[in-house]
Design a protein around this ligand. Structure first.
Ligand code: ADP
Ligand code: ADP
Length: 226
Protein backbone atom coordinates (compact mmCIF):
# COMPACT_ATOMS: atom_id res chain seq x y z
CA UNK A 1 0.00 0.00 0.00
CA UNK A 2 1.16 3.51 -0.76
CA UNK A 3 0.74 5.76 2.28
CA UNK A 4 1.43 9.00 0.43
CA UNK A 5 1.56 9.74 -3.27
CA UNK A 6 2.33 13.22 -4.54
CA UNK A 7 2.34 13.91 -8.28
CA UNK A 8 3.27 17.09 -10.08
CA UNK A 9 2.77 19.21 -7.00
CA UNK A 10 3.29 22.91 -7.66
CA UNK A 11 2.90 25.97 -5.50
CA UNK A 12 3.19 29.58 -6.54
CA UNK A 13 2.54 32.01 -3.69
CA UNK A 14 0.46 35.17 -4.12
CA UNK A 15 3.61 37.28 -4.53
CA UNK A 16 4.50 35.21 -7.62
CA UNK A 17 7.23 33.14 -5.98
CA UNK A 18 7.18 29.47 -7.02
CA UNK A 19 8.10 27.39 -3.98
CA UNK A 20 7.28 23.96 -5.49
CA UNK A 21 8.11 23.25 -9.11
CA UNK A 22 6.45 19.88 -9.63
CA UNK A 23 7.13 17.43 -6.80
CA UNK A 24 6.70 13.68 -7.30
CA UNK A 25 6.98 11.47 -4.27
CA UNK A 26 5.71 8.09 -3.07
CA UNK A 27 6.04 6.75 0.45
CA UNK A 28 5.07 3.16 1.21
CA UNK A 29 3.08 2.02 4.23
CA UNK A 30 5.32 1.24 7.23
CA UNK A 31 8.17 3.42 6.03
CA UNK A 32 10.08 5.92 8.12
CA UNK A 33 10.81 8.58 5.54
CA UNK A 34 12.80 11.80 5.61
CA UNK A 35 12.27 14.84 3.45
CA UNK A 36 15.64 16.52 3.78
CA UNK A 37 16.51 19.93 2.45
CA UNK A 38 18.00 23.30 3.31
CA UNK A 39 15.94 26.20 4.62
CA UNK A 40 13.70 27.56 1.90
CA UNK A 41 13.66 24.30 -0.09
CA UNK A 42 9.89 23.88 0.12
CA UNK A 43 9.44 21.42 2.98
CA UNK A 44 6.94 23.45 5.01
CA UNK A 45 5.05 24.39 1.87
CA UNK A 46 4.64 20.69 1.07
CA UNK A 47 3.44 19.94 4.60
CA UNK A 48 1.17 22.98 4.55
CA UNK A 49 -0.54 21.55 1.47
CA UNK A 50 -0.93 18.14 3.11
CA UNK A 51 -2.58 19.70 6.12
CA UNK A 52 -4.82 21.96 3.97
CA UNK A 53 -3.29 25.14 5.37
CA UNK A 54 -1.77 26.02 2.01
CA UNK A 55 -3.65 25.65 -1.28
CA UNK A 56 -1.73 23.96 -4.05
CA UNK A 57 -1.40 25.51 -7.49
CA UNK A 58 -1.32 22.21 -9.37
CA UNK A 59 -0.84 18.50 -8.86
CA UNK A 60 -2.34 15.60 -6.98
CA UNK A 61 -2.00 14.33 -3.42
CA UNK A 62 -3.29 10.99 -2.17
CA UNK A 63 -3.11 9.62 1.37
CA UNK A 64 -3.81 5.88 1.51
CA UNK A 65 -5.66 6.28 -1.77
CA UNK A 66 -7.82 9.19 -0.56
CA UNK A 67 -7.54 12.18 -2.86
CA UNK A 68 -6.97 15.48 -1.09
CA UNK A 69 -9.39 17.32 -3.40
CA UNK A 70 -12.13 14.72 -3.64
CA UNK A 71 -12.03 13.18 -0.18
CA UNK A 72 -10.58 15.53 2.41
CA UNK A 73 -12.36 13.75 5.26
CA UNK A 74 -10.83 10.45 4.17
CA UNK A 75 -7.40 12.10 4.13
CA UNK A 76 -7.85 13.68 7.56
CA UNK A 77 -8.90 10.39 9.13
CA UNK A 78 -5.68 8.62 8.26
CA UNK A 79 -3.27 11.56 8.58
CA UNK A 80 -1.76 13.29 11.60
CA UNK A 81 0.37 16.40 11.09
CA UNK A 82 2.73 18.02 13.57
CA UNK A 83 3.40 21.56 12.37
CA UNK A 84 6.54 23.48 13.20
CA UNK A 85 4.82 26.28 15.03
CA UNK A 86 2.69 25.96 18.13
CA UNK A 87 -0.93 26.74 17.45
CA UNK A 88 -2.60 25.93 20.73
CA UNK A 89 -5.20 27.88 22.59
CA UNK A 90 -2.75 29.11 25.23
CA UNK A 91 -5.30 29.16 28.05
CA UNK A 92 -6.56 25.62 27.45
CA UNK A 93 -5.10 22.81 29.55
CA UNK A 94 -3.01 20.06 27.98
CA UNK A 95 -5.58 17.35 28.72
CA UNK A 96 -8.45 19.45 27.36
CA UNK A 97 -6.53 20.21 24.16
CA UNK A 98 -6.41 16.49 23.43
CA UNK A 99 -10.05 15.85 24.34
CA UNK A 100 -11.15 18.78 22.16
CA UNK A 101 -9.10 17.45 19.28
CA UNK A 102 -10.62 13.98 19.70
CA UNK A 103 -14.04 15.62 19.51
CA UNK A 104 -13.25 16.91 16.01
CA UNK A 105 -12.96 13.30 14.92
CA UNK A 106 -16.20 12.23 16.55
CA UNK A 107 -14.45 10.15 19.22
CA UNK A 108 -16.86 9.68 22.18
CA UNK A 109 -15.96 11.50 25.41
CA UNK A 110 -14.97 8.46 27.44
CA UNK A 111 -12.72 7.10 24.72
CA UNK A 112 -11.29 10.60 24.17
CA UNK A 113 -10.33 10.86 27.85
CA UNK A 114 -8.69 7.42 27.76
CA UNK A 115 -6.68 8.31 24.70
CA UNK A 116 -5.65 11.69 26.14
CA UNK A 117 -4.35 9.89 29.22
CA UNK A 118 -2.53 7.30 27.13
CA UNK A 119 -0.70 9.82 24.96
CA UNK A 120 0.08 12.24 27.79
CA UNK A 121 1.66 9.32 29.66
CA UNK A 122 3.57 8.06 26.64
CA UNK A 123 5.00 11.50 26.01
CA UNK A 124 5.92 12.21 29.60
CA UNK A 125 3.27 14.91 30.06
CA UNK A 126 0.81 13.28 32.42
CA UNK A 127 1.85 15.46 35.36
CA UNK A 128 1.21 18.52 33.16
CA UNK A 129 -2.34 17.54 32.23
CA UNK A 130 -3.97 20.45 34.06
CA UNK A 131 -1.46 23.08 33.01
CA UNK A 132 -2.54 25.72 30.46
CA UNK A 133 -0.36 25.39 27.36
CA UNK A 134 1.14 28.87 27.75
CA UNK A 135 2.86 27.59 30.92
CA UNK A 136 4.54 24.66 29.14
CA UNK A 137 8.17 24.72 28.02
CA UNK A 138 9.03 24.56 24.33
CA UNK A 139 9.88 20.88 24.57
CA UNK A 140 6.62 20.10 26.33
CA UNK A 141 4.59 21.99 23.72
CA UNK A 142 6.29 20.04 21.00
CA UNK A 143 5.43 16.74 22.67
CA UNK A 144 1.85 17.92 23.17
CA UNK A 145 1.64 18.65 19.44
CA UNK A 146 2.68 15.06 18.76
CA UNK A 147 0.04 13.76 21.20
CA UNK A 148 -2.58 15.93 19.51
CA UNK A 149 -1.63 14.64 16.06
CA UNK A 150 -1.97 11.04 17.28
CA UNK A 151 -5.28 11.31 19.13
CA UNK A 152 -7.31 9.91 16.20
CA UNK A 153 -4.72 7.15 15.70
CA UNK A 154 -3.69 8.04 12.15
CA UNK A 155 -1.87 5.52 9.93
CA UNK A 156 0.44 8.26 8.65
CA UNK A 157 2.18 10.81 10.87
CA UNK A 158 3.97 13.77 9.28
CA UNK A 159 6.22 15.99 11.38
CA UNK A 160 7.74 19.28 10.25
CA UNK A 161 11.22 19.64 11.79
CA UNK A 162 10.09 17.89 14.97
CA UNK A 163 13.30 18.42 16.91
CA UNK A 164 14.19 21.93 15.77
CA UNK A 165 15.34 23.88 18.81
CA UNK A 166 15.01 21.03 21.32
CA UNK A 167 17.88 19.95 23.52
CA UNK A 168 19.82 16.73 22.94
CA UNK A 169 18.14 14.81 25.75
CA UNK A 170 14.63 15.53 24.54
CA UNK A 171 15.67 14.94 20.93
CA UNK A 172 16.83 11.43 21.85
CA UNK A 173 13.62 10.64 23.74
CA UNK A 174 11.57 11.89 20.77
CA UNK A 175 13.61 9.70 18.43
CA UNK A 176 12.93 6.67 20.64
CA UNK A 177 9.22 7.47 20.80
CA UNK A 178 8.95 7.86 17.01
CA UNK A 179 10.93 4.69 16.35
CA UNK A 180 8.58 2.70 18.60
CA UNK A 181 5.54 4.25 16.95
CA UNK A 182 6.90 3.23 13.55
CA UNK A 183 7.51 -0.31 14.84
CA UNK A 184 3.84 -0.42 15.85
CA UNK A 185 2.97 0.14 12.19
CA UNK A 186 2.53 3.90 11.87
CA UNK A 187 4.10 5.29 8.70
CA UNK A 188 6.21 8.33 9.56
CA UNK A 189 7.46 11.16 7.38
CA UNK A 190 9.54 13.93 8.84
CA UNK A 191 11.21 16.96 7.38
CA UNK A 192 14.62 17.96 8.57
CA UNK A 193 17.55 19.99 7.44
CA UNK A 194 19.73 17.83 9.59
CA UNK A 195 21.25 14.72 7.98
CA UNK A 196 22.10 13.05 11.28
CA UNK A 197 18.42 12.96 12.26
CA UNK A 198 17.46 11.35 8.97
CA UNK A 199 20.35 8.91 9.31
CA UNK A 200 19.34 7.88 12.84
CA UNK A 201 15.68 7.32 12.06
CA UNK A 202 14.81 6.89 8.44
CA UNK A 203 14.93 4.07 5.91
CA UNK A 204 14.15 6.15 2.85
CA UNK A 205 14.81 9.72 1.96
CA UNK A 206 14.05 12.40 -0.59
CA UNK A 207 16.19 15.47 -0.91
CA UNK A 208 14.33 18.62 -1.83
CA UNK A 209 16.05 21.74 -3.08
CA UNK A 210 14.62 24.87 -4.67
CA UNK A 211 11.18 23.29 -4.88
CA UNK A 212 12.34 20.16 -6.68
CA UNK A 213 13.18 16.61 -5.65
CA UNK A 214 16.89 16.26 -6.20
CA UNK A 215 17.18 12.65 -5.03
CA UNK A 216 14.80 9.90 -3.88
CA UNK A 217 16.61 6.90 -2.47
CA UNK A 218 17.21 4.65 0.51
CA UNK A 219 19.22 6.00 3.41
CA UNK A 220 21.75 3.21 2.86
CA UNK A 221 22.34 4.17 -0.78
CA UNK A 222 22.63 7.83 0.10
CA UNK A 223 25.24 7.16 2.80
CA UNK A 224 27.34 5.14 0.32
CA UNK A 225 27.57 8.20 -1.91
CA UNK A 226 28.56 10.68 0.78
P1 ADP B 1 11.42 25.05 4.03
O1 ADP B 1 10.32 24.53 4.89
O2 ADP B 1 12.09 23.97 3.25
O3 ADP B 1 12.39 25.91 4.77
P2 ADP B 1 9.32 26.67 2.87
O4 ADP B 1 8.36 25.75 2.25
O5 ADP B 1 9.01 27.29 4.17
O6 ADP B 1 10.77 25.98 2.91
O7 ADP B 1 9.61 27.89 1.86
C1 ADP B 1 9.94 27.66 0.51
C2 ADP B 1 10.10 29.00 -0.18
O8 ADP B 1 8.82 29.64 -0.27
C3 ADP B 1 11.01 29.95 0.57
O9 ADP B 1 11.78 30.67 -0.38
C4 ADP B 1 10.02 30.87 1.28
O10 ADP B 1 10.59 32.15 1.48
C5 ADP B 1 8.86 30.92 0.30
N1 ADP B 1 7.58 31.18 0.98
C6 ADP B 1 7.07 30.50 2.02
N2 ADP B 1 5.87 31.00 2.37
C7 ADP B 1 5.62 32.02 1.52
C8 ADP B 1 4.53 32.94 1.36
N3 ADP B 1 3.46 32.89 2.15
N4 ADP B 1 4.62 33.85 0.37
C9 ADP B 1 5.70 33.88 -0.42
N5 ADP B 1 6.75 33.04 -0.34
C10 ADP B 1 6.72 32.13 0.63
P1 ADP C 1 12.55 22.10 28.76
O1 ADP C 1 12.13 22.53 27.39
O2 ADP C 1 12.16 23.02 29.86
O3 ADP C 1 13.97 21.67 28.81
P2 ADP C 1 11.41 19.59 28.13
O4 ADP C 1 9.99 19.61 27.80
O5 ADP C 1 12.41 19.59 27.05
O6 ADP C 1 11.70 20.81 29.12
O7 ADP C 1 11.73 18.32 29.02
C1 ADP C 1 11.32 18.22 30.36
C2 ADP C 1 11.81 16.88 30.90
O8 ADP C 1 10.99 15.82 30.40
C3 ADP C 1 13.23 16.58 30.45
O9 ADP C 1 13.94 16.08 31.57
C4 ADP C 1 13.06 15.53 29.42
O10 ADP C 1 14.16 14.65 29.35
C5 ADP C 1 11.83 14.78 29.88
N1 ADP C 1 11.17 14.10 28.75
C6 ADP C 1 11.18 14.50 27.48
N2 ADP C 1 10.50 13.66 26.69
C7 ADP C 1 10.05 12.68 27.49
C8 ADP C 1 9.28 11.48 27.29
N3 ADP C 1 8.86 11.10 26.09
N4 ADP C 1 8.98 10.73 28.33
C9 ADP C 1 9.41 11.08 29.56
N5 ADP C 1 10.14 12.19 29.82
C10 ADP C 1 10.47 12.96 28.81
Amino acid sequence: TTALRISGLQKTYANGFTALKGIDLAVQEGDFFALLGPNGAGKSTTIGILSSLVTKSAGKVEVFGHDLDADLIGVKRCLGVVPQEFNFNQFEKAFDILVTQAGYYGIPAKEAAQRAEKYLKQLGLWDKRDVPTRMLSGGMKRRLMIARALIHEPRLLILDEPTAGVDIELRRSMWTFLTELNQQGVTIILTTHYLEEAEQLCRNIAIIDHGQIAEHTSMRELLKKL
